[in-house]
Design a protein around this ligand. Sequence first.
Ligand SMILES: [Zn+2]
Ligand SMILES: [Zn+2]
Length: 259
Amino acid sequence: MTPETAETLAARLHPLQRILDLLLPPRCLACGDVVERQGMLCAPCWAAITFVADPLCRCCGLPFAFDPESDADSPGGEGFACGACLAEPPPFQRARAVMRYDDASRPLLLGFKHGDRTEAAPPFAAWMARSGAELLAEAEVIAPVPLHWRRLVARRYNQAALLSRSLAGLGGAPALPDLLLRRRATPSQGRLSRVERQRNVAGAFAVNPRRAAALQGRRLLLIDDVMTTGATVSACARAALKAGASAVDVLVLARALRD
Ligand SMILES: [Zn+2]
Ligand SMILES: [Zn+2]
């Protein structure tokens, strides 16, 4: 599209958007209060969100309570890895998250996952593109953590697939929503421990044979809404690497962190 046609289109759409906003006022993505524009948070909800910021574990993206770089005795290099990543390196190369999964961000995530607030996908993807700029720039294929088909039918959409499609529009790599398949339905992980989660998802994912060629020798950016222990994204990463991906990075909207 040439710049002129894009501008003409924007000029034509703008009054329509304003009429729509009057009829259906845009609502805060977390609490539902009326806000100025579609895809926004109201000021109090925005202030309550804890955004994940540097310094981070260079591998899993865990925020450090203090800056290891400022410790003169520490070795230099390309950032630092946390104790867990040093003890047992995860199958993915890097994981990054926009915000902490906590009481403030939970309504945002649940509304997106179960509440049909799919209009949140583009603004969420824009936040993810900022937090994972390096990952997005290096990605060659983007794919979501898949839902089992039965859950997809019940929920009508896969929130991670919506995010990956919006992210593909912001970066250069294509989104392949059916790259990974969930071979079996796994019980909800809500109350499971780390080891139980690993067992729960072991072997649950596979690369779609029809998409395997698109993954050969390529760097995959795996997308999900929430990362808890990392068991699910690790299981997906293992499946992708086994099927020929050169490396896997992970980008999520929110991450559960222990205090
Ligand atoms: Zn709000
Ligand atoms: Zn780490």
